[in-house]
Design a protein around this ligand. Structure first.
Ligand SMILES: [Zn+2]
Length: 233
């Protein structure tokens, strides 16, 4: 074997061993990340309870007006594990009407088991109770006290019996004016291409709500693809 060939052979061995070490260390990183799984070690959380003093003070003057037009006693605080867009488990918080609390927990457990992607579930108070900001951030939420525009009628979100899921990707579309809400969601008003987190008839999200008697805003004349509600509780 000439010296030149020996050098080439040496470099081939050197390069492949570096590659091998690289792979090994990558696997090591994946292994160690797998070990850091606080949620799966404890198990996913699906709970509902009375609203704590801390959460009440966060809500007052925000999602709950100061005069408390609906009693905190009629609402429940939920902790829900969800399957994120990053394919990891996260725990979110939601306020819903007490009458639907157990059912909503069941729905979110079903969505988690089906690995249905949800981007985030935070209290709307994190957005100063601005539905627009919460929607733009693709935040799924339920309770926020409000009356239907121009009336004294409390909206279903104001009663905590309506839930919006991935609202940026599932906007409200006014078919007469072509206005899309949130106004950053025009790309998602077209429902022909189904992207991750978009709700379509017959998918796991649609089924989890519909089979429990909820109705879907996606069926309305002016579709509200993010919206599920349970009325006549
Ligand atoms: Zn809604």
């Amino acid at each position: 074997m000439s010296n030149k060939i020996k050098y080439i052979a040496f470099f081939i061995i050197l390069i492949s061993s570096i590659g091998f070490i690289g792979c090994k260390s990558n696997e090591g990183i994946i292994d160690s990340t797998d070990k850091v799984k606080p949620i799966s070690e404890k198990g996913p959380i699906f709970s509902y309870s009375e609203i704590s003093t801390d959460i009440k003070s966060k809500m007052l003057g925000s999602s709950m007006p100061e005069n408390e037009p609906i009693s905190f006693d009629n609402l429940s605080y939920l902790k829900l594990t969800y399957y994120g867009f990053d394919e990891k488990s996260h725990v979110g918080e939601m306020i819903v009407n007490k009458d639907v609390a157990a059912e909503v927990v069941e729905i979110f457990k079903e969505l988690y088991d089906a690995k249905y992607p949800i981007e985030k579930i935070k209290l709307i108070d994190e957005y100063n109770a601005s539905d627009e900001l919460s929607m733009k951030d693709n935040n799924s939420s339920s309770f926020c006290y409000r009356t239907i525009a121009g009336t004294d009628v409390v909206s279903n979100h104001g009663k905590g019996v309506a839930i919006d899921i991935n609202p940026l990707f599932n906007p409200h579309v006014n078919t007469s004016t072509n206005k899309v809400s949130p106004d950053t969601a025009y790309d998602y008003a077209n429902r022909n291409t189904v992207l991750k987190g978009m709700i379509v008839k017959g998918d796991a999200c649609y089924n989890a709500f519909i089979k429990r008697g909820w109705s879907w805003g996606g069926n309305w004349k002016n579709p509200d693809y993010q919206h599920f509600e349970k009325i006549n509780n």
